[in-house]
Ligand binder design. Structure first.
Ligand SMILES: NC(=O)c1ccc[n+]([C@@H]2O[C@H](COP(=O)([O-])OP(=O)(O)OC[C@H]3O[C@@H](n4cnc5c(N)ncnc54)[C@H](O)[C@@H]3O)[C@@H](O)[C@H]2O)c1
Length: 255
């Protein structure tokens, strides 16, 4: 039988929209206690109150993941409220589009601050908290657009996600003996209205049908398939899995 996250204390960054919101909703529904953060306070409080209205547990903390003291505060809040931290999903991220020949240094710095330093800030404080309670599991959200495949006009974003894969692997070997697993999830497109993927298609004026032909399965990923992959990596089923990158892409990178 597949392990659930029932009873686990699960920290998720970027919970106000998209994948983070889907994960918070699903894990709360199976009995996890969620501590979520986001820069979007209105969106974060809205998801927390809809979870609590169902009688499930979620705390929202305002935080910019690029700010180390704010991330430290999110982890401290989780430990203060629940006594420990079991699982973390470093999900908050942002995107940009544009050719490398036109790259803007300020945009590069902003993406690096959120997508790379944000993950580093999360890892640092999550690891410290997990060490204190004997172990835990961490998933960092990466992308097939990283060091795996290249998509035109997506190079700066890809560079930040390649760094997430590298950080995940490095952290995994440093903390394996402390019973903490660290993995990255490199996914392609999950069909969540108005998430990063749909914004990319709209920005680039790419018709959805055109993109579907690149997927051997002929369809986008479903939200519940993203939930299943993250749950697996966080759960006791994946106790011996660390320092790896799970690709979730309907065969996109196998072609
Ligand atoms: N959507 C996809 O198809 C896809 C594919 C591959 C990888 N990813 C990755 O998955 C993650 C989630 O993507 P998404 O599509 O849900 O994105 P999204 O833009 O829909 O949601 C991102 C969330 O992160 C929050 N956020 C942004 N900057 C933040 C910051 N500095 N501090 C705290 N919160 C911040 C946003 O407010 C938002 O709630 C990202 O890391 C993204 O790179 C997404």
């Amino acid at each position: 039988m597949t392990s659930t996250l029932a009873g686990k204390i699960v920290l998720i960054t970027g919970v106000a929209h998209g994948c983070g919101r889907v994960l918070a909703d699903a894990f709360a529904a199976e009995g996890a206690k969620i501590v979520g953060c986001d820069v979007d306070v209105e969106g974060g409080l809205a998801i927390a109150s809809s979870v609590k209205a169902r009688g499930e547990e979620m705390t929202f903390v305002e935080a910019d993941v690029a700010d180390e003291s704010a991330m430290h505060n999110v982890v401290t809040s989780a430990v203060r409220v629940h006594g420990r931290l079991d699982c973390a999903v470093n999900n908050a991220g942002t995107e940009t589009t544009g050719l490398i020949a036109d790259a803007d240094a300020d945009v590069f710095d902003r993406l690096s601050a959120i997508n790379i330093k944000g993950v580093l800030n999360g890892l640092k404080h999550e690891i410290r908290a997990m060490r204190a309670n004997g172990g835990g599991s961490i998933v960092n959200m990466s992308s097939v657009t990283s060091d795996i495949t290249a998509v035109p006009a997506n190079g700066v974003y890809a560079a930040t996600k390649g760094a997430v894969n590298a950080l995940s692997k490095a952290a995994a070997v440093e903390v394996a003996a402390s019973n903490i697993s660290v993995n990255s999830l490199a996914f392609a497109a999950i069909d969540i209205a108005d998430d990063m993927f749909w914004r990319f298609l709209n920005d680039q004026h790419i018709p959805p049908d055109q993109i579907l032909s690149a997927f051997p399965m002929g369809r986008l990923g479903r939200p519940e398939e993203l939930v299943a992959a993250v749950r697996y990596l966080l759960s006791d089923d994946a106790r011996y899995v660390t320092g790896t990158m799970l690709v979730l892409d309907g065969g996109y990178t196998a072609v």
